[in-house]
Design a protein around this ligand. Structure first.
Ligand code: HEM
Length: 475
């Protein structure tokens, strides 16, 4: 009896081992109808995620992860596994643009999809996606910025910088996060002080961690915590919106637009989509722009000639103002030529993460290789550091944009905001925030705390904060 038992056990064990080996083999050698790009799928489940996510200093523009693979495979396109997904990484600008244009639907890893909600309008059908893009553009596109937002952004940032000058220092990244939070609370809810808005603030703060995680929604994991925070934020937002809708009092501009839309016949917008839209808007503004803002300040602080030129430009703007107490006008913003050159160069210099995310529904042929349906595509704008496209590309040099188109945000050689049908809808909003902060900083003497370190990960990371020492005495 016991012999049969041992035999049965060893058969079961052998079967498990064979199954496991088969699974590991299949993991390492994924199949597709065509030819996969070279690469390695790394360890089962983990793939190459940890190496991909290892932070490195901003001065190192090419990630050690990427450098190793480019030289190992001799190809600008390779396969890997990241965050539990099968991924094709491309640093080829033509391929990136082709894929960006071929598929107009933004796609992300399962963990990001979970965090943002499966019913997120930005991740839904083409029609709904197009519709919410247009709606968002009405709020943060040039017209909305000019007529609705510039004045508030200017007031909030001027206060932050002046308070900083009174106290001797302030954290630029934190101030930008706070400013965006206040601006959106005001523009969406029409208020910044209610208990619900404060509670929402606590939910948002849960998101100040990397969203790029493995996708397991198990208690104790970051994804679990973020999904819980999203659900709570959605519930609070929904209650707040319904209350506002019933009272019709104190609406912010954004809610005004949304209610208008919801009242139209056959609209694609319902209350849940509206909640999700506001949620995406808030999270994306808080996660992206403050980090880039911190990096811009670091790059300017490390290049005194850039700081001097900025100071000259902004002093002239203030000098030419008839009334010194009025805020930055749209015309002044448009006239900040050097500032726009600094922002354009900073975005070139800081973009080393993927900016084109897609999952094709059908196999796509890229040269000799196949991008299989269902695989995640990560297009990295490594072209920003290509010597054939940029002179001395590893140097931060805003003057390289002199006489060039400083306003455009997308071309084959320049893709900090992605490309195609999902090109960043908040790009103009982000640029305006950065320009106005530089304007107010340039009115003072300032320096960056020497401890400040900017690391590139998926997003930009500031382990020691981003503190500016600033004195009231202007230049
Ligand atoms: C400097 C700051 C920012 C950077 C570098 C940035 C970068 C990007 C990139 C690369 C994409 C395209 C992703 C893809 O196609 O795979 C994107 C899309 C998007 N961004 Fe931004 N972004 C910034 C600021 C903002 C802000 C402030 C908002 C808030 C309004 C925002 C909202 C969005 C939305 C909603 C999308 C998805 C668009 C769509 O699916 O059609 N972004 N962003």
């Amino acid at each position: 009896m016991s012999e049969i038992y041992v035999l049965a056990l060893s058969v079961v064990f052998s079967l498990i081992v064979v199954k496991l080996c088969h699974w590991v083999y299949q993991w390492s050698n994924p199949k597709c109808k065509g030819k996969l790009p070279p690469g390695s799928m790394g360890f089962p489940i983990i793939g190459e995620t940890f190496e991909f996510m290892t932070p490195f200093d901003i001065s190192l523009v090419v990630s050690p992860y990427l450098k190793k693979r480019i030289s190992r495979y001799g190809s600008k396109v390779f396969r890997t596994s990241l965050f539990g997904a099968k991924v094709i990484v491309s640093i080829d600008p033509d391929v990136n643009m082709e894929i960006a244009k071929a598929s107009s639907q933004l796609r992300a890893t399962e963990s990001v999809t979970r965090i943002f909600g499966e019913n997120n309008p930005f991740l839904q059908s083409k029609e709904i996606h197009k519709y919410v893009r247009n709606l968002t553009s009405r709020f943060v596109g040039p017209e909305g910025l000019k007529t609705r937002l510039i004045h508030d952004i200017d007031n909030l940032l001027r206060n932050d910088v002046e308070n900083g000058a009174r106290n001797g220092s302030f954290d630029v990244r934190e101030a930008t996060i706070k400013m965006v939070g206040e601006l959106i609370a005001k523009k969406i809810m029409g208020e910044t002080e209610s208990e619900a808005v404060k509670e929402l603030g606590l939910c948002w703060s849960a998101f100040r961690t990397s969203w790029f995680q493995f996708s397991y929604n198990i208690p104790g994991t970051t994804v679990y915590r973020l999904v819980k925070a999203r659900r709570k934020a959605a519930k609070l937002l929904k209650a707040l919106i319904l209350k506002k809708k019933a009272s019709k009092e104190g609406l912010g501009d954004f809610l005004d637009i949304i209610f208008d839309e919801m009242e139209k016949d056959g609209t694609a917008l319902d209350i849940d989509k509206a909640v999700n839209l506001i949620f995406v808007f808030f999270i994306l503004s808080q996660e992206t722009t403050p980090g880039v803002q911190g990096a811009v300040v670091k790059l300017v602080a490390d290049h005194p000639s850039v700081m001097e030129e900025l100071q000259r430009e902004h002093e002239a703007i203030v000098q030419n103002r008839a009334d010194k107490d009025t805020g930055v006008t749209w015309e002044e913003y448009k006239s900040m030529t050097f500032t726009h050159m600094v922002i354009k160069e900073s975005l070139r210099f800081t973009s080393t993460q993927p900016t084109v995310h897609r999952i094709p529904d059908q196999d796509v042929q890229i040269g000799d290789y196949t991008l299989p349906a269902g695989w995640l595509f990560f297009g990295i704008p490594q072209v920003h550091f290509d010597e054939e496209k940029y002179d001395d590309p590893l140097t931060f040099n805003p003057w390289r944009w002199q006489g060039k188109d400083i306003n455009s945000t997308v071309s084959r050689e320049y893709m900090p905001f992605g490309a195609g049908g999902t090109h960043c809808v908040g790009s103009e909003f982000a640029k305006l925030i950065i320009a106005i902060l530089l304007h107010h900083l340039s009115r003072f003497r300032w320096s960056l705390d020497p401890k400040t370190e900017v690391l590139r990960r998926y997003t930009l990371v500031f382990p020691a904060g981003c503190v500016v020492h600033i004195s009231k005495e202007s230049e």
